[in-house]
Design a protein around this ligand. Sequence first.
Ligand SMILES: C[S@@+](CC[C@H](N)C(=O)[O-])C[C@H]1O[C@@H](n2cnc3c(N)ncnc32)[C@H](O)[C@@H]1O
Length: 407
Amino acid sequence: MKSSNAVLKKSITFRDKVPEIPSTTYGTFSLYRYPAKFIPQVIAYTLNKYAKKGMTVFDPFAGYGTTGVVSGVYGHDYELWDLNPLLGILHKIATMSLPEYDIKDLLSNMRLSDKEFIPDWSNYGYWFPEEFFPFLFRMWGFYHSLSDDGIKLLLTIPLLKATRTFSYDDIQRQKLSKSPRSKKRINSLLKSNWEETFYKKIEGGLHAVIKGISEHHRLSRGPVKSTVKAGVDTLESVLIEEMDMLITSPPYLQAQEYIRHAKMDLFWLGYPESFTRELSKKEIPYRDVEPFNVKSDVYHTLRKEIGEERPLEIFDSYFQGVLGALTRLQKRISSYLFLFVGPATLWGRPIPIDDIFRQHFMALGWNHECTLIDTIIKRRMSFYKSNPATGVKDRRIRTESLVVLKR
Ligand SMILES: C[S@@+](CC[C@H](N)C(=O)[O-])C[C@H]1O[C@@H](n2cnc3c(N)ncnc32)[C@H](O)[C@@H]1O
């Protein structure tokens, strides 16, 4: 028999629970590779199981906007916030109607265009070989000269992706970084007919976006009301309307540095360097936050164990920042909080973020329904490490938890 204070943890495989969404890449759910993106099935499962008709959904760390896109599909109004301005444009693309388009015309206009756009970015010479500059300036000049918003949106992701493959960024990594692998890719591109390769990528990318948008409309159950605030600091923003459900995945403890990952795209889209620099300063956990009382034994015990100054600063800034913001925002949430967190370590020490969040909100009066644990076996090479005892490569098992709290 369970004791009365036993924590209810259940394992689940979200992607098997939602037959109506055929895959994680269906529709517009993964047109863009946003770091630490939700799989749509997490949100779909949550809505199927807990939402009542007419309930509204709020995500204050929305990233790519998956919470909103899925909520819209299931007929719920929603509000999304994120520090990253990309949310605004990506969400528009993920929910847009297909404009009148002719891919052939678009591509030939692109080839003929002589407009130029040079990003406000002091370091682009580090990220692209000189040979590509005039061509990329022309491609983006064409993009910024487009007057049809629909066509412009359609072209955005293919152009961002093609441009990134023409850069020294190692696309396999989460952070913007050069590697021997990415230098090799660019050297072999330079020896080829790379302009044609670029146009082929754009054409393939346009077909993928159009297919995704069509699939999205087949899933959708009708129009909903949405509010999207991109480029806002959640720690400083006020939620005006009361919402029924908060579903979010806050930044991870070992920050992904989302702005650093996004900045190449932001520069090409026309955001100036000074602006992205200011945004980076607001990212959790590498920022100053107001002192805040975290109501969790696990948190306070770990604080004592950590001891060293720098890890403690990050630990405090993370929990005080995220929980400070969520504590303020939960006052406007009438029914449920769903907090999705991944595995975290701080200087090698595992940090049970889900337990700290659960304890804190229970102390504020929320009821813990359960914590659902999804076990994901990552097959990406970066998660293979040698077992020190055997020297054999083993598979790292990664779990992600959804903490479900009810008012
Ligand atoms: C785990 S990601 C969310 C991913 C999202 N669930 C999705 O499906 O794409 C966390 C997000 O928190 C955002 N973030 C970090 N600091 C922030 C701040 N101060 N205000 C608002 N958003 C912030 C990051 O830009 C990032 O998009």
